[in-house]
Design a protein around this ligand. Structure first.
Ligand code: GDP
Ligand code: MG
Length: 759
């Protein structure tokens, strides 16, 4: 360690800086002025174990913006003279206001020791601070002192020495984050500063970016000399108006809110106040919303209304979308000639992509609801209330946002959920969160649920969805606990749960959030799903029947027809194939609404038609079984037999590995190709209801399997990228599938034994 170190004292006016300065330096003081101004500058030295500690008493400030001379002096000293350490003197009896400066010092990335001074006053007011936890949460050493009586000065000197000796890693000061929106913009500005070779050795570019975003005139002056100043300022302006659009407030206010959020969270976690006289609006709202008893009840009610809103609200639009795609399929069907091309476009593309796009309104409604929860600040309260519970399962209150985004309220996506864990600083909790997030009910699973619920539980849509959400949470918690006590054991780290003030969201902000996420879903549906639908169509079409098999079925068909035509009751009316053709046309033309009079001919004809359908069914299913997909699906039947999946379901699950939505489109393709009675059951869910082997139990077993089994390919790629290890990607793939099988087996067996859902 250096023999001579420089330490600056920063703090609000009247926090006790000068008192502490005097206690540390005694008589070794020098009083002068700051260069060029008449603000008093006090310096002094402290000799400790042969070391010389040079101490500078900075002017008292509440903030480090450029509003006053004092602020500019304090800030410039920290930026330009780079003291080895800043001692932040905090009035412990007035924590909330005082910590605003501390957060800014944290942001600046300087080495910090926080002094909780006036501890006597704080205690006198019934304020009890868990200083160890507080220190762990913000990642800064904390010393409590009574400056007036000189209590705690030795601990302070020890803390100064050990903190200066501590090697500093760049991560040390990123404990505090502004939230995704602002961080994204900061990242863009910071990137430009780097490419402009803005010396990061002397200034923290993240802090500079934040100041630019706040429109800090002093800092804007500082970058005047940059070559690419115009480019940087252009980005700053863009970011500022983007944030203003989303939040409906200036970036200054948005950033300040984030700081206050961090502070309120830290205080709520570590400080107990036996009496309180200062109450603000957010605090009084919190008294109700995060109340021990009322809080969880309100939470459940809120989540339930989100479902009602999403499902009932979007229902009419979903209907429109659905009928649009069936109209499209029908129109294309009538235009195109029978054959491969028609099959590709109708079965492969329109059915596949339409099945997924049809749910777009539902997804958009869900994202809108989530945006409301996030933008009002209620989401942060949810994290806060559930932190205790989550910790019990090896997760973190901060996991909450990631899990929510991943589909904690059905309708998210594991990919942004996993990305959201970037704000988590604890490697273990972060990894567990990444590994369990795919178990949540992402938007891609919703179409599968909607299909099966629509077919088998039509009367209880919202209730079943609610149940599924609860189940996925239970699974996430159990899996988290299991992973944390086996492959990832070890103690958990503390973390500040930010509590931003409540705010009324702007409609524009809500729309932007909803649109961004819905667009991501659409892009996925348009690209990955289209490609996957086509690949699956190919796998389900080729190689098909062999020439001998075709001939075999043709012959059988001919036999059936000639047998019918030779029947005495028929041959008198229908002489040949030609007659049969026109009779069939007239039958289907009258068919539907006119009541048929039963004659020997019509009776015979009905029998014939039924036989013919049976034969066609047989041929179609032979054909499917002969395709690549059919063979793989059939090959897997022995594996899935215990949970009752047929080979068509197996094929669908294979497709779902590419993207979960594909389960629906593949089931659609499989059953529309295999069944002839398409006229009779116009929708897939109608059709499934009438398929042998399908019942509510089967549907629920499949829902459980789809909820839990291997994450989709995109998610796996992101897991690899975020954890940096193939190992974790493989682990995520295998453990989820084993879990899915196990749970599906239990559901299936229990249901069968108890006779639930069999009809
Ligand atoms: P500065 O503006 O930060 O330099 O604050 P000062 O050092 O001038 O202190 C402001 C007032 O608080 C003075 O009257 C001090 O005597 C008093 N003071 C400082 N520290 C303590 C403390 O720990 N407890 C109490 N009760 N008073 C203190
Ligand atoms: Mg003073």
């Amino acid at each position: 360690m250096k023999q001579k170190i420089t330490v600056a004292l920063a703090g609000n006016p009247n926090a006790g800086k000068t008192t502490i300065f005097n206690a540390l330096t005694g008589a070794r003081q020098h009083v002068g002025n700051w260069p060029g101004v008449t603000v008093e500058k006090k310096e002094g030295t402290l000799k400790h174990k042969g070391r010389e500690i040079h101490i500078v008493d900075l002017p008292g400030t509440y903030s480090l913006t450029a509003f006053s001379l004092e602020e500019i002096i304090a800030r410039n000293f920290i930026v330009d003279s780079r003291p080895d350490l800043v001692i932040n003197v905090v009035d412990a009896s007035n924590l909330e206001r005082n910590l605003y400066l501390s957060v800014q010092l944290l942001e600046m990335g300087c080495k910090l020791v926080i002094v909780l001074n006036m501890i006597d006053v704080a205690r006198g007011r019934g304020i009890i601070i868990d200083e160890t936890l507080f220190s762990n949460l913000i990642g800064v050493p904390v010393v409590t002192t009574n400056g007036k009586k000189g209590v705690g000065m030795d601990s302070l000197v020890d803390a100064i020495i050990s903190q200066v000796e501590e090697p500093q890693s760049p991560e040390d000061f990123t404990r505090f984050t502004y939230g995704v929106e602002v961080e994204d913009e900061l990242y863009k500005i910071q990137g430009l500063l780097y490419t402009n070779s803005f010396s990061s050795a002397t200034v923290n570019t993240r802090w500079v970016s934040a100041k630019l975003l706040e429109g800090d005139t002093e800092i804007i002056k500082k970058i005047d000399s940059l070559d690419h100043r115009a480019k940087v300022m252009e980005q700053v302006d863009k970011s500022r108006s983007h944030l203003t659009n989303i939040f409906g407030d200036s970036p200054e206010i948005v950033l300040a809110d984030a700081r206050y959020g961090f502070i309120s969270g830290a205080i709520k976690q570590t400080v107990q106040v036996e009496r309180t006289d200062r109450v603000n609006l957010s605090e009084s709202i919190d008294k109700v919303l995060t109340n021990r008893l009322l809080g969880p009840l309100i939470l459940l009610a809120v989540l339930y209304s989100v479902y009602i809103f999403t499902f009932n609200g979007s229902a009419p639009l979903v209907k429109y979308f659905d009928s649009f795609f069936s109209w499209l399929g029908d129109s294309v069907s009538t235009i195109l000639p029978e054959g491969l091309l028609k099959s590709l476009i109708v079965s492969g593309m329109i059915k596949g992509v339409g099945g997924v796009l049809g749910f777009t309104p539902l997804i958009a409604f869900m994202f809108f609801a989530i945006a409301i929860l996030e933008d009002t600040g209620y989401m942060a309260r949810i994290a806060f209330m559930l932190d205790r519970v989550l910790r019990g399962f090896g997760l973190h209150g901060a996991s909450m946002l990631a899990l929510m985004v991943a589909g904690g309220i059905a309708g998210g996506c594991a990919v942004p959920g996993i990305m959201a864990t970037r704000t988590m600083k604890e490697p273990k909790e972060r990894l567990v969160t990444i590994l369990v997030a795919p178990l949540m009910n992402c938007g891609a699973k919703l179409p599968v649920y909607a299909l099966l619920i629509g077919a088998f539980f039509p009367g209880n849509r919202a209730a079943i969805m609610f149940l599924l959400t609860l189940i996925s949470w239970v699974m996430v918690l159990l899996a988290g606990r299991a992973i944390r006590s086996t492959v990832l054991s070890g103690p958990s780290a503390p973390f500040v749960l930010e509590l931003p003030p409540y705010r009324v969201p702007t409609f524009q902000g809500l729309l932007i959030h909803t649109w961004e996420r819905t667009w991501m879903y659409l892009k996925k549906a348009g690209t990955v799903i289209l490609a996957v639908s086509i690949i699956i169509w190919v796998l389900m079409t080729f190689p098909g029947l062999s020439t001998e098999q075709k001939a075999f079925f043709e012959e059988k068909q001919d036999n059936l027809t000639s047998h019918f035509l030779n029947d005495p009751a028929v041959s008198s009316v229908l002489k040949n194939q030609q007659d049969l053709k026109s009779f069939e046309d007239s039958q289907s033309a009258e068919g539907k609404d006119t009541q048929q009079i039963a004659t020997p001919l019509t009776l015979k004809y009905a029998q014939y038609k039924e036989d013919k359908l049976g034969l066609e069914n047989e041929e179609q299913s032979k054909k499917l079984r002969g395709t690549v997909a059919g063979r793989v699906g059939a090959g897997l039947v022995w594996v899935f037999k215990p949970i009752g999946f047929d080979w068509k379901t197996n094929v669908a699950l294979l497709g779902g590995f590419a993207a979960k939505e594909v389960v629906v489109s593949t089931l659609g393709t499989a059953y529309s190709m295999g069944a002839v009675e398409r006229e009779q059951y116009p929708t897939l869910s109608e059709q499934l209801k009438h398929e042998p082997g399908w019942n509510p139990l089967m549907a629920f077993t499949l829902i459980m399997f789809v909820m839990l089994y291997a994450p989709c390919v995109v998610t796996l790629v992101v897991i690899k990228r975020e954890t940096g290890k193939w190992r974790w990607m493989l682990f995520a793939m295998v453990y989820t599938t084993v879990l899915a099988y196990f749970v599906a087996f239990i559901v299936k067996t229990t249901g069968t034994l108890l006779g639930i859902g069999l009809t």
